[in-house]
Design a protein around this ligand. Structure first.
Ligand code: PMP
Length: 438
């Protein structure tokens, strides 16, 4: 199968450019990083598939950048949404369902004594920082190069190359004074963190990290990294914040902080956690939570203000509960794991056969593909990969009906809906792509 033209997507893109800035409502949807041109306009999605406005079908590995782990239009989630909509979409009052989702999160992530629902991962992260500052009375934040934490001012700071580089803004419109409250350290580099804490420790409110990285490929913390991070951060009197917007419920029924591959769970527990994506089952949501004494900083109990007209809306909460119910079923993670293993083994063999250097980082049902021959354990290594090769691969796959994220840094996500046939179809497409690229 080959899809070499998408006239309707082209036409809609020209139209969108007239009305929507850049034609897209999130820059990651544009094809800028893969050579430009019209992104594909999708019309419908079901299970593991998209259909575009020209009638072409695609196997989807984007999963909407994470949330669609149950597959598109899962009947259980659709039913929950329909029921919620029929009961009214927004109340501005508390509801019982919010308690149920909070209970579900708490029972699988023990570091959450109390939670609060918001509308996006960005909001969740932004608020954890405010709460950490309120609790510690300090201002600075340490983050890790290449970890993305949403688009609020403080975390949208360029990845400095060396340890303890003071941040420069990654976006226009962010005052340098704000960026200077952020210190960036390479991921997996405890020496770098130590240096940063020695230099700025008394002013540091929190160390923020993706405990399993999903934003410069999928990258595991090296053994001991999270333990060391938690210990050193607490010794400095700062809080540990985990951004689990991608990682929660992605690899198992729980979060990265409860992932069984980590030996000592207590030693890697954060003080605050930011959540999003999967916990809304495909509708807008975010959440943050943590230890009771810290969360009691938040209004109406404490002096740190955070609010939201849409927060905890009944539809998102209902689809979130339904999505977690799908994930609670026995065998779902094992199935995604097994399919991803087959897919990555096939990709590696195929790339090797055609002489294309490829590094694959797989963590259970998610993985990243890096066109390079070195390991990828931090942002510098992820940057030092062949973007043109990735762009060519991306386009060859798209033209054969396989949809990946249009960026060399994004992951492939398996869903509950993917099948063996989808994997075989994808591997055949990849083999043809590598052959042309070789
Ligand atoms: N944190 C992480 C780890 C993310 O990957 C993202 C989004 N990709 C965010 C925060 C921001 O979430 P949202 O796009 O829902 O604001």
């Amino acid at each position: 199968m080959s899809i070499n033209s998408r006239p309707r997507s082209e036409a809609l893109y020209q139209e969108a450019l007239q009305h929507i800035v850049g034609g897209v409502n999130s820059p990651s949807r544009s094809f800028k990083a893969v050579g430009g041109g019209a992104p594909v306009f999708m019309k419908r999605a079901e299970g593991a598939y998209f259909w575009d406005v020209d009638g072409n079908r695609y196997v989807d590995y984007l999963a909407a950048y994470g949330p669609i782990i149950a597959g598109h239009a899962h009947p259980h989630i659709t039913e929950a949404l329909t029921r919620a909509a029929a009961n009214g979409t927004l109340y501005g009052t508390p509801t019982e369902l919010e308690i149920e989702l909070a209970r579900k999160l708490k029972s699988s992530i023990p570091s959450l004594d109390k939670v609060r629902f918001v509308n996006s991962g960005t909001e969740a992260v932004m608020t954890t920082i405010r709460v950490a500052r309120a609790y510690t009375g300090r201002n600075k934040i340490i983050k890790f190069a290449g970890c993305y934490h949403g688009h609020s001012d403080l975390v949208l700071v360029a990845a400095g190359s060396g340890p303890s580089t003071l941040g420069i803004p990654d976006s226009a419109g962010i005052p340098i004074s704000i960026a200077q409250e952020v210190i960036t350290v390479p991921f997996n580099d405890l020496d770098g963190l130590k240096l940063a804490l020695e230099r700025y420790g008394d002013d540091v409110a929190a160390v923020m990290v993706e405990p399993i990285v999903g934003n410069f490929g999928m990258v595991m913390p090296k053994p001991g990294f999270l333990e060391g991070l938690c210990r050193m951060t607490r010794d400095a009197g700062a809080l540990v914040i985990y951004d689990e917007v991608i990682s929660a419920f992605r690899f198992h029924y729980g979060s990265a902080q409860t992932f069984h591959e980590f030996a000592d769970q207590a030693a890697i527990e954060p003080d605050l956690t930011a959540l999003g994506k999967i916990i809304g089952g495909g509708l807008p949501i975010g959440a943050y939570g943590g230890r009771k004494t810290i969360m009691e900083q938040v209004a109406p109990l404490g002096p740190a203000y955070q609010a939201g007209t849409m927060a905890g809306n009944p539809a998102s909460v209902a689809t979130g509960i339904a999505c977690l119910e799908v994930l609670e079923q026995p065998g779902v993670y094992e199935q995604m794991d097994a399919l991803a293993a087959r897919l990555t083994e096939g990709l590696e063999q195929s790339a090797e056969r055609h002489g294309i250097p490829l590094t694959v980082n797989r963590i259970r049902g998610s993985f990243s593909t890096h066109f390079c021959s070195h390991p990828v354990t931090n942002y510098d290594e992820a940057q030092d990969t062949d973007g043109e090769q990735f762009a060519a691969f991306f386009r060859h796959m798209l033209d054969q009906g396989v949809c990946l994220a249009p960026s060399k840094y994004e992951a492939w996500f398996l869903t509950v809906a993917h099948t063996e046939e989808d994997i075989a179809f994808t591997l055949e497409a990849a083999d043809r792509a590598f052959k042309v690229m070789a």
